[in-house]
Design a protein around this ligand. Structure first.
Ligand code: GLN
Length: 504
């Protein structure tokens, strides 16, 4: 602890800050002020935020300080919740009452929700300080955060590189010290891939583990809401707060929520970790392969048993994902028509309803969203639905069975999170299909509904590499256990980028 007192507050982990708050060594106002100061220093070069709520954050901090002081006065420090007074950022598709929630689209540029998403409400009730909203790809469709209507987000490790996406703002903010932790969404990899690119931890929980209520829908059968944090313990703490049944989301799971922090230090002695051979084929950068193989070797050194497994159908995951995700997206986007929701075109007098909707959607949606709507409408159209959508659903079932068979032979599966490290803005493929290949290792977990975490496992060319660990339904605990062992053995050791000339 004493080592940390001289380090900047904005670079400390959630659990370190919690300990200091509980012992009265620091106030939430001090932590929040340091995070806001950090935003002032580096935001011009990172661009992680689309909304910063200074006043709201500081008054949230004061309320947290009052609650902490009360608990300390009655001598009950154990009553100080794990996230009380901790500054967090939410992806801009997570509804925040009274704070605009744009999905980084012109379509919702002026949308100010009248209610909080379930995760927002849970975090507020637990005393977290909401600093603002993070940049993202428009409606969470993308892998670089570049389809946002606002601005690009730069990777804190190298401003010439993308932070990944679609939760790129969340990952960049946490990596740069602009928030202690973040909440993102993951439909096909959008929490894990940016976490991998920015050297932070990102979890896609089991489908139904965290309520989707109030999080803008992209592909409802794949959408999940997950934490982005500096380390695995922080991830467990955030999941403790975010997880749980919610009757307002019909797909929310009733399963009890364990204390995930209890798994973090259990070690991997005796755990069986499966390596799906199909994940290590061509298309992966050599640097990524080396870092991942080294991490797996280190897990073996820590007592895990490494076994070879096979997921023969995995080559179809990406194709199935882009059929299911676009089909669901086309139907979810239909409500954005400028009538009840969404951008209203100028000079609409005299337009009939069809013209109004078409002008609203034509102006409101960007290229990538339009591309997905068109693809999705095509695969759902009368003559094509069975050949495309029906077949995709049947393949999805087979893929899930493949994953279950592999997970019957081991406790979890390890693979890279993404085939490359963060790429340069000028290396971005023009071809959308090439961009979709970024999701090659991540979409399987969404299709199967299982949880998956990305944890930094090393570097390639000076840039962070993420290891993905995928587990059984509702077994996030094992993921925490293994990811923590990766943290301890990889030598990554919460390395931080030197953004804005200021590091930990
Ligand atoms: N990159 C993927 C896509 O563009 C995943 C997006 C996500 O998980 N929201 O669809």
């Amino acid at each position: 602890m004493s080592d940390n007192i001289n380090a900047r507050l904005c670079h400390m982990t959630l659990h370190e800050l919690h300990d200091m708050l509980a012992q009265g060594q620091v106030s939430s106002r001090e932590i929040t002020s340091d995070v806001l100061a950090r935003i002032d220093e580096v935001e011009a070069s990172v661009g992680a935020y689309v909304t910063v709520d200074r006043e709201g954050a500081l008054s949230g901090a004061d309320a947290a300080d009052a609650a902490i002081a009360r608990a300390r006065r009655v001598g009950d420090a154990a009553e100080i919740g794990a996230v009380v007074g901790i500054p967090v950022v939410l992806k801009d598709n997570v509804c925040t009452r009274g704070m605009r929630t744009t999905c980084c689209s012109k379509m919702l540029e002026d949308f100010v929700p009248t209610y909080d998403a379930a995760v927002t409400a849970r975090l507020r009730a637990a005393g977290a300080v909401i600093v603002g909203k993070a940049n993202m790809d428009e409606f969470a469709m993308g892998s670089t955060t570049q389809t946002s209507i606002f601005h690009v987000t730069r990777n804190p490790w190298d401003p010439e590189r993308v932070p990944g996406g679609s939760s790129g703002g969340c990952a960049a903010a946490v990596a740069a010290g602009e928030a202690v932790a973040a909440v993102g969404s993951d439909t096909g990899g959008s929490v894990r891939q940016p976490a991998s690119f920015c050297g932070v931890v990102g979890l896609k929980p089991t489908y139904g583990r965290v309520s989707r209520y109030g999080v803008a829908a992209f592909a409802s059968s794949l959408d999940t809401v997950g934490p982005v944090t500096q380390d695995v313990r922080d991830c467990a703490i955030m999941l403790n707060v975010m997880a749980g049944h919610d009757e307002r989301d019909s797909t929310s799971a009733p399963n009890a929520v364990p204390d995930y922090t209890e798994y973090v230090e259990r070690g991997v002695e005796g755990l069986k970790i499966g390596i799906p051979k199909e994940f290590f084929g061509p298309g992966m950068d050599e640097g990524v392969r080396t870092a991942v193989e080294r991490a797996v070797h280190a897990l073996e050194g820590a007592g895990a048993k490494i076994v070879d497994v096979s997921i023969p159908l995995v080559e179809h995951a990406l194709g199935v994902y882009y059929l299911v995700a676009t089909a669901e997206a086309s139907s979810n986007m239909a409500r954005l028509d400028g009538i009840r929701y969404g951008h209203r075109p100028e000079g609409r007098s005299g337009m009939d309803v069809a013209d109004l909707m078409s002008a609203s959607r034509g102006q409101g949606f960007g290229m990538e969203v339009k591309r997905r709507i068109m693809l999705g409408t095509f695969v759902l159209s009368a003559g094509n639905i069975d050949a495309f959508y029906g077949r995709a659903l049947r393949s999805r079932r087979l893929l899930k069975e493949d994953v279950e068979r592999a997970l019957a032979q081991c406790d979890c599966l390890a693979s890279p999170t993404a085939p490359t490290v963060a790429f340069r803005f000028d290396e971005e493929p023009d071809d959308p299909l090439a961009m979709y290949l970024q999701d090659i290792y991540t979409t399987l977990a969404n299709l199967a509904g299982v949880p998956a975490i990305s944890v930094p496992c090393g570097f390639a060319d000076g840039l962070p590499v993420g290891l993905q660990i995928m587990g059984r339904m509702f077994d996030e605990g094992t993921l925490m256990q293994v990811a923590r062992a990766v943290e301890l053995t990889s030598g990554f050791d919460r390395a931080r980028p030197e953004v804005g000339g200021c590091v930990k």
